[in-house]
Design a protein around this ligand. Structure first.
Ligand SMILES: [Fe+2]
Ligand SMILES: [Fe+2]
Length: 164
């Protein structure tokens, strides 16, 4: 199991709450984001398993694949800042996946609400880019932010495919 970064929240849920409104991250906070983004791939797979519609499943899985990509970009951004990339753990090695994921009630409203969280992800990464003082890391954060908008749009599509 990869160790939690110093001072990191203990659970995935706490880590989401912590990171969502954090505009000026430390390097340790960026490490938390790597773990959260990597775990988000598994979260999206769990959501996909919970919807009956094949097209909605595909949209959710596409988001999940990109979340793992986000973990790798943040890991590289840490490398631009510190000189050493942070390792992206496999699911088995991710401390935020040590406990079983909660069983989600996936429905139209839930996916629409999650779309808003994803749109906010663009603002969050934009703030990280504005504050980080390293042009290469900032570019990686902005790339993630742009894709979070795409995630919000996919979630709106997936929501529209589900019965009310
Ligand atoms: Fe992401
Ligand atoms: Fe996302």
């Amino acid at each position: 199991m990869q160790p939690l970064p110093p001072g990191a929240p203990a659970t995935l849920n706490d880590a989401f709450g912590y990171i969502t409104n954090l505009k000026t991250p430390t390097v340790e906070d960026m490490m938390v984001m790597v773990l959260v983004e990597a775990a988000s791939k598994n979260l999206y797979e769990a959501l996909a398993d919970g919807v009956p519609d094949e097209q909605a499943k595909a949209l959710l899985r596409a988001n999940g694949r990109e979340e793992l990509g986000h973990a790798h970009r943040v890991a590289r951004a840490i490398g631009k800042i510190t000189g050493t990339d942070y390792p992206v753990p496999s699911a088995a090695e991710n401390p935020y996946l040590a406990a079983p994921l909660p069983k989600y009630e996936v429905n139209k409203a839930m996916l629409a609400g999650l779309a808003e969280v994803e749109f906010n992800g663009d603002n969050l990464y934009g703030a990280w880019a504005d504050h980080c003082g390293n042009a290469d890391a900032a570019a990686l954060f902005r790339e993630n932010g742009r894709e979070e908008i795409g995630h919000g749009k996919r979630l709106e599509q997936a929501s529209a495919l589900l019965a009310a």
